[in-house]
Ligand binder design. Structure first.
Ligand code: SF4
Length: 109
């Protein structure tokens, strides 16, 4: 199921889950998506599914419909992995800046 750049699969939260739980339909998908909350490799999983155009199952907390919407909205993305990693880095940088700012405010009392 996984390709060459997928050592992240070893850290998947669902590794010990029944794979069938991630390939469900309808309302059961909400329960399946909950499995992904807190998964340390959610970005890698989602980007893999987007880059590989995987059509079925829950990947990175996204249903096939969620992924289809992303692909439709951003048809020119060459690498979802690169795009999402850049977004995560930017988010982390902004969170650090906010944290530093709050620390500065606390220090000046
Ligand atoms: S994000 Fe969800 S489907 Fe992907 S590896 Fe983690 S638990 Fe499994």
């Amino acid at each position: 199921m996984l390709g060459d750049d997928t050592d992240w699969g070893e850290r998947a939260l669902c590794r010990s889950a029944d794979p069938e739980e991630l390939f469900v339909e309808g309302a059961a998908q909400h329960r399946a998506k909950a499995l992904c909350i807190g998964c340390p490799v959610r970005l890698e999983c989602l980007s893999y599914a987007l880059d590989q155009r995987i059509e079925h199952g829950i990947w990175g907390g996204a249903t096939e419909r969620d992924r289809w919407a992303l692909l439709r909205r951003r048809p020119t993305v060459a690498s979802w992995r690169s795009l999402l990693e850049a977004a995560r880095a930017e988010h982390d940088q902004q969170a650090k800046a906010l944290h530093d700012y709050a620390d500065g405010l606390a220090a000046t009392g």
